[in-house]
Design a protein around this ligand. Sequence first.
Ligand code: ADP
Ligand code: MG
Ligand code: MG
Length: 957
Amino acid sequence: MPKKKFVYSFGAGVAEGDGTMKELLGGKGAGLHEMTKIGLPVPAGFTITTEVCDLFFKSGKKWPEGLEKEVQKHLKQLEKTTGKTLGDPRDPLLVSVRSGAPVSMPGMMETILNLGLTDASVEGLAAKTGNRRFALDAYRRFIMMYGSTAMGIEREEFDKAFDEIKAKRTRARLGIPADQKVNDTDVNEEELDELIKMFKKIYREHIKVDFPQDPWEQLKGAIDAVFNSWMADKAVTYRKVEKLVGIKGTAVNVVQMVFGNKGETSGTGVCFTRDPNSGENVFYGDYLVNAQGEDVVAGIRTPIRLAELDKRDPKVYKQLVDIRRKLEKHYRDMQDLEFTVEEGKLYMLQCRTGKRSPIAAFRIAVDMVKEGLISKEEAILRIKASDIEGIFYPMIDKSKPEELKKAFLVQGIDAVPGAATGKVVFNAKDAEEWAAKGEKVILVRKETSPEDVGGMHAAQGILTATGGKTSHAAVVARGWGKTCIVGCEKLDIDYEKGIFAVGETVIKEGDYITLDGGTGNVYKGQLKLVKPEPPKAYTTLMSWVDKIRTLKVRTNADTPYDAEKARQLGAEGIGLCRTEHMFFDSEERILAIREMIIADDLESRKKALAKLLPFQTKDFEGIFKAMDGLPVTIRLIDPPLHEFVPHDEEGQRALAKAVGVSFEKVVQRVEQLHEANPMLGHRGCRLAITYPEILDMQVTAIITAACNMTKKGIKVLPEIMIPLVIDDKELKILETRTREVADAIIAKSGIKLSYMVGTMIEVPRAALLADRIATVAEFFSFGTNDLTQMTLGLSRDDAGKFLPDYVDEKKAGVFKADPFQSLDQDGVGMLIRMGIEKGRSVRPKLKVGICGEHGGDPASVKFCHRVGMNYVSSSPFRVPISRLAAAQAVVEETASAKKPGKNRGRPAKKASAVAPKKTSTRGRKPASAVRAVSASSAASAAPKRRGRPLGSKNKNK
Ligand code: ADP
Ligand code: MG
Ligand code: MG
């Protein structure tokens, strides 16, 4: 095998890599190579691949064989391109050493600037540029960044020294009054000389050796530091919250330095090619004069808006506007750009797909289709489940403006829209702990840092005293669609006392505040939040989604209210109506069911059931009405009976009195019901085998309701579902009885009503014997909650104690995601695939769906599409998410079928994971072909419109 290439160079208009190589070169690296290729002004450099990072950790943090030589070779080339040499005391080459993973993790990993400066070369830089202050400023930044990121010295140590110089010397020299801030730019040459001495002393004290004066040693140390930052806690946490798995590591970009800190005609900026909040097609960004690197993002000084740059330096601004247009056309997506201006000359330092708010995600996707930049299919792929969640985020109820005015506290910069209310906490750890206890919190900080991601994620909203719209807090919160207000400079935060003040008003930890991210307004107290109307772009995009998808989306709903809500969100029926929830609805009902349970002869049981009948009938009428014209799957009683009886003495005494039996008898009956392992006990259809009269009552209620509603002109499509079946004979008994009861009622009512009887597949045995079961069942619904716990042998209610370790990549890392949230496609998925295939082998038109939690998880929904299900069912508010995932499944499938060559790689492997075993002997097939084998052998009932392209005239070649 030829040796792997570890390093890729770019510069002077030529690049060894390109924009498609994100996986290998990281997002930042791929962007730098691509921008170089298309002729943008990018400083030269080279990229060390993500594979090297992987090897680095696999070998106990050692450089792989040959890397050192390769880096040296590319460094030589960089020196040739730039005409400067690393460490040259007369005119040194300086570089930045930058992290950059395949997916953007803003601020999570490290970057070191101005590398190559030493005591000797800093004077060379000073002489060459004729700006000694600038050279010293660069050196102090380098010592601090190298000392903290590569060597692990607390950054605060350096900050303290800097503050000391400012306080003791700069303030006095310039006569700055005590209530005014001393800026970094106020510090002069002598003071910087002094500061560098202090920095080097700090370094020596901690590391026990002098600050390295050999640039090669610096470079190696910095590369190691970037690799190590991949596994830093904050980066690992970020990947966990973002559910980023299977990424090799970070690349390292070594890039020639350009300088935004050379004075008034220099500066550094961050911008987006469209407004990342509203999605509007306007140029958007921040610029900081005479600054370097992180100064903008860290919110050290408040930046100016991009429009002001137009006034300061119209030439640079115009160039930037051209680049904006060029890059959007090139990448066909909104870009997030970083640039630096060195004495009036523009350099591009980064471009990546920009993070955006949920509203912006819809608007940009739809606008770009209209502009002819992308196809509808691409637009669909660009929306994430979290964007849909974000669209429905609450807003402040503005119906009572006087109250709003009274509650108003202060206004900051509106960084991420939406509204949030919660109790004030002042650090990320508290945010996580309080949230874990079920509290809603607002994280209030002077500024946020990447260490805070866990707490930021746990909070309802984020409020910071510093920063602009492109600061760390804003960028991270935007990615999550989380309400965020930054740059609220009037906040006077005292972490120690746990308070913040705005003028006279003092807010304590634990007090409620409310944020309006749309206006930047902060309010005292807990204001009422309301659901917004989804924007037009949402409706447009979802109409494309519904056109393309073939998988139906139903909902799990137990009440007419939920049913109606789900229908508004696009549900096409009910996939699971849990009848037992109705029993808890009122005192009267729960009493009747309890009476039924403690009864010890058939007659009294029937008497109690008769009391429940009118309630259930009425409930079903409401549900059928809400679902007029759509199928409704109703599951017969499922949980073990002991879940319905009181377990405390007081409750048992009350029950005894209400029903008119002795307390002892109630106690005795409750004891009888006790089970050692209720999960595997007397539940599901086993109850109906023992007590068929329960089934009689429920079927009577369903069919009576159906007949009543039909008479009223409502179209009713009932599907009666028998849960937890393990055998066809068992199912046959219950199916026969169901039909006897139902048919008698229908005959008596004199109307025509068709209904279905089917079963849940949720015990492995049922999946294994699916061909026998399908001779009786007219439909299958995979109950993947139970099927997962029984297949894995893990109790869902107890797994919380240890399952997180199985998902944690630093611990066991057995599962990529919690199998109770995202379907275990390998194990449980195999049973599902087999169940469908066997079922349809005897009943080709068998209708198949899923009704576990997984019906609302995008990855699982896509799986359901691939294995040929007819529908998924999810909780009402996840219905739009499932619709989107179902459409994405079609687009992904068509895309992988179109690229036969590419199927030798990853997509084909993914597809074979869902294909039944026997197809693997047929060799590798495109994903869709494999799916067709698995479904078509059995599935004439499988949806037929698979993969029909949308509006193909917009398709990109
Ligand atoms: P992040 O991934 O956190 O954005 P970057 O690697 O982009 O980190 O570096 C952060 C900032 O450092 C950049 O936005 C840029 O301002 C500055 N920077 C990085 N490399 C250079 C360089 N070669 N010349 C000038 N500034 C640089
Ligand atoms: Mg950057
Ligand atoms: Mg179940």
